[in-house]
Design a protein around this ligand. Structure first.
Ligand SMILES: NC(=O)C1=CN([C@@H]2O[C@H](COP(=O)(O)OP(=O)(O)OC[C@H]3O[C@@H](n4cnc5c(N)ncnc54)[C@H](O)[C@@H]3O)[C@@H](O)[C@H]2O)C=CC1
Ligand SMILES: O=P(O)(O)OC[C@H]1O[C@](O)(CO)[C@@H](O)[C@@H]1O
Length: 369
């Protein structure tokens, strides 16, 4: 069984690569990072270290790399042989990945073996976005051997520097939930959970793990912290995190069938993950892509707008919007763009135009500070 995985970064190597390897796949990583691809081709393997006391280490073998900048032609053979294509590149990059896959797809689909294509990104229904970008180029795909399951991926993998460039340290917890209805073929992966309806799982994850993380990053930075672990030692951050997650709990339990008790249990588990002393996770990583994170369907604005419309408490999420607009990671191009939009249009103009907030909610958000 062969896999092509786009994005040989932290999640690619540390999470998706490990699951595919454990399922017996030979993995070809496709990436624009020459150093990583050269190392994959030289080493043919790497080690995943679990970040806990006496944590285990797992050798991932049978891997290779394609540099999609220097050798895009090598993708053809890899796609033709693939049983699965996955991505972990960042949701904004998916249209570029679509352009890499599309030229080889028709020929691959003449082969009756099932092909599943799955985007493993932090966004609601990211595979749908990848599928749309692909079908914009190919027109409607009628082959019955192709599946585009959406998925939710959850494993904290900080930016890190290791002695061996490919090795990667990951938290012990992981969850990969896949949309069963869209899966092509009968051979499923061991490890992921397959569900009929993904929305409850993806929104619960995005609006708990990722909203919570955003709260630590954006508020923690205003208090001068650099890492999640440091910020979580401050009771002000803990209190704010609890307030934010109580609000998103109201969203999750109102919109889906999770009970308050189930959600509280889920939150407890996640807060423990945020205080893992064996991981050092930079607030700049957790807060990266600030414009994406302030988008209408992302982790802050969607639950905020819902709670506002329902007349429910949304004060902590409103403050979180303001902390996000004050983030200061000028190495992130999205931060630079946001700063320039805010100086041109003001916070009010930015939140109305970019986040899609109605003017009454925009005013309310601004007045929380
Ligand atoms: N790190 C984490 O804890 C988690 C990250 N995610 C999501 O996983 C995705 C990847 O995140 P990370 O692995 O942390 O990022 P990363 O920055 O470590 O890896 C992304 C990789 O994609 C590559 N890439 C960029 N443009 C590309 C292109 N055009 N073609 C091929 N490769 C390209 C980069 O060179 C890099 O190696 C993101 O959507 C993120 O939101 C999801 C859950 C956890
Ligand atoms: O990867 P993104 O969407 O930029 O956001 C970082 C978030 O994703 C994670 O990497 C994993 O879920 C979290 O650490 C964090 O909440």
């Amino acid at each position: 069984m062969k896999a092509v995985h786009f994005g040989a970064g932290n999640i690619g190597r540390g999470f998706i690569g490990k699951v595919l390897h454990d399922n017996g796949f030979e993995i070809t990583f496709a990436d624009v990072n020459k150093e990583i691809i050269d190392a994959l081709n030289a080493e043919k393997g790497y080690t995943v270290h679990i970040a806990e006391e006496n944590g285990a280490s797992y050798d991932i073998t049978g891997v290779s790399g394609i540099n999609t900048v220097d050798n895009p032609g090598q993708l053809e053979q890899a796609v033709l042989e693939a049983d699965i294509i996955t991505t972990a590149v960042g949701v904004n990059i998916l249209p570029i990945i679509a352009k890499s896959i599309t030229p080889h797809l028709a020929k691959r689909l003449e082969d009756p073996r099932p092909l599943n294509i799955i985007a493993c990104e932090n966004a609601v229904m990211a595979t749908d976005a990848l599928k749309e970008a692909i079908t914009n180029e190919t027109g409607k795909l009628t082959a019955s051997n192709i599946g585009f399951p959406n998925s939710a991926v959850d494993r904290i993998v900080p930016i890190q520097k290791n002695e061996r460039i490919l090795d990667v340290k990951v938290e012990p917890f992981y969850e990969w939930v896949i949309e069963e209805t869209e899966w092509a073929g009968t051979d499923k992966l061991e490890g992921p959970n397959y569900v009929q309806d993904l929305m409850p799982y993806i929104e619960r994850k995005l609006f708990t793990v990722n909203t919570g993380h955003a709260a630590i990053a954006y508020y923690g930075r205003t208090l001068g912290y650099d890492t999640v672990y440091e910020a979580m030692t401050d009771s002000k951050v803990q209190i704010f995190l609890n307030e934010v997650l109580a609000e998103t709990q109201d969203y999750i339990t109102a919109v889906y069938d999770f009970t308050a008790e189930e959600q509280e249990h889920y939150i407890d588990k996640i807060i423990k993950r945020f205080t893992n002393p064996h991981l050092s996770d930079d607030l700049n990583r957790v807060g990266r892509g600030v414009m994406r994170k302030l988008g209408p369907n992302d982790r802050i604005i969607k639950p905020l707008v819902y709670l506002h419309n329902e007349g429910e408490n949304h004060e902590a999420l409103s403050k979180l919007v303001m902390y996000a607009t004050k983030f200061d990671n000028t190495e992130d191009p999205e931060q630079v763009e946001m700063n320039s939009l805010i100086s041109e249009k003001g916070i009010e103009g930015f939140l109305t135009e970019h986040s899609g907030l109605e003017s009454d909610l925009t005013k309310e958000v601004i007045n929380t500070m």
